[in-house]
Design a protein around this ligand. Structure first.
Ligand SMILES: CC(C)(COP(=O)(O)OP(=O)(O)OC[C@H]1O[C@@H](n2cnc3c(N)ncnc32)[C@H](O)[C@@H]1OP(=O)(O)O)[C@@H](O)C(=O)NCCC(=O)NCCS
Length: 161
């Protein structure tokens, strides 16, 4: 199984990332929330990390995560259907978690569609806990599951300063 190469996205990736979002994550929802202009804005944003997983020089998956002082929020993560169950999603999340740890972030949060059991199993396999439901989170129509993972604790000595 080839190891995916994880790299930062550029604006040239906005279209293909947006299409993956529409086809793999937003499927069946009204409208196209993460359309190419929105993805391009995320790629330009200093607080957002957009990464692409490549297999044999082809985009096979991506993730978008927002960073605050103490938390990383994973907005989107998906792997092309033909490339699923090969460890690419796990590799994308490991890359993001390592970046978050380097930035001193201790908690990762995300939401997923409640009717997506495969994603729930995936995040549970990666150590995320279910922390609640948000009715109507998606377009006012669909419930989200909130999940969270603690990836590191702040050093008590730095908190005193
Ligand atoms: C969820 C998703 C990102 C997982 O990516 P992936 O590359 O297939 O996942 P991995 O191969 O890294 O899986 C890691 C582990 O997660 C678990 N897992 C992943 N997909 C699973 C599924 N459909 N059912 C049950 N467990 C699953 C397994 O334990 C797996 O390890 P294993 O294959 O050794 O058993 C991918 O299925 C996907 O893109 N789905 C559509 C979009 C989506 O739902 N995104 C998440 C919400 S934003």
């Amino acid at each position: 199984m080839p190891t995916p190469n994880i790299r930062l996205a550029t604006e040239a990736d906005a279209q293909s990332i947006a299409v993956m979002s529409r086809c793999l994550i937003e499927l069946g929802l009204r409208g196209w929330s993460w359309n190419p202009p929105r993805v391009a804005r995320a790629i330009r944003s200093r607080d957002t990390c957009v990464v692409v997983a490549e297999v044999e020089h082809q985009a096979a998956g991506f993730a978008i995560a927002e960073f605050s002082d103490t938390r990383m929020h994973v907005s989107l993560l998906a792997v092309e259907a033909a490339q699923q169950r090969k460890g690419i999603g796990r590799t994308l999340m490991a890359w993001l978690e390592q970046s978050a740890l380097t930035a001193g972030i201790s908690t990762v949060q995300l939401e997923l569609r409640a009717n997506n059991p495969g994603a729930k199993f995936f995040y549970q396999a990666l150590g995320f806990d279910f922390v609640g439901k948000v009715p109507g989170y998606y377009r006012g129509e669909e419930t989200a599951f909130k999940m969270r993972k603690v990836i590191g604790a702040r050093d008590a000595s730095t908190l005193k300063q």
